[in-house]
Design a protein around this ligand. Structure first.
Ligand SMILES: [Zn+2]
Length: 213
């Protein structure tokens, strides 16, 4: 299938490359892989064959980091931005200054994801982005604390954990209730044992990573 990248993103990528000529591009991306095409993603071409998202490797080299790009994008408040995903956090659609925890499969620890608006007028607006990389003041959300879910934990993170255990057939399919009770604990211990992790029934960094969270 033929596709092209939104013009606003071609322009953005050009500016990033000019600002950080030595940057590592190995985690860069635009069009989605087969895993993406199975679900709704801005990395899949839209009805007009246009991809409206890019991933930018966070390793900018020479002492620079993708966090500087996130900060500059937040400061720009550019109306073309739909949302940004970075370090397990996602900005609110249409409001780049508000962030919340991201529970998608990929934590985005190695790249910055930028989606642009679904409106052709905006996504194909190729005017230069106002990015001040020199203003080092970090507006990017702080790196979140390591996560740990155990008996008694509640919330969206527990829901994501329960869904991951359901996907593996360790708890019966149904609605994740977001409450970490005995059934979740038993299922988690089974997962840990099967994956040669310490079966402590607590989901910390290593276990969550093994679950793809
Ligand atoms: Zn992405």
């Amino acid at each position: 299938m033929s596709w092209r990248l939104a013009k606003s993103l071609i322009q953005l990528r050009t500016q990033i490359n000019e600002a950080f000529p030595a940057r590592d591009k190995s985690s860069d991306g635009s069009i989605g892989d087969t895993a993406h095409s199975a679900r709704k993603s801005d990395h899949n071409p839209n009805a007009n064959g246009v991809v409206t998202a890019i991933d930018v490797d966070r390793d900018f080299n020479d002492g620079h980091d993708g966090r500087e790009l996130v900060s500059a994008l937040i400061a720009s408040q550019d109306p073309r931005i739909k949302y940004i995903i970075f370090e397990r956090q996602i900005s609110e659609t249409g409001n780049v200054t508000r962030w919340s925890q991201y529970f998608g499969k990929n934590a985005h620890n190695h790249h910055v994801h930028i989606s642009v608006s679904g409106s052709a007028k905006l996504y194909d607006d190729a005017s230069p982005w106002k990015l001040n990389f020199k203003a080092k003041a970090s507006l990017a959300p702080p790196t979140p604390l390591p996560r740990l879910f155990k008996r008694g934990s509640r919330g969206e993170g527990v829901k994501a954990l329960q869904n991951a255990l359901m996907d593996r057939g360790l708890i019966p399919k149904g609605k994740a209730d977001g409450v970490f009770g005995p059934k979740t604990e038993i299922a988690l211990k089974q997962f840990q044992s099967a994956n040669r992790l310490t079966p402590d029934g607590m989901a910390g960094t290593v276990t969550l990573k093994a679950l793809g969270l």
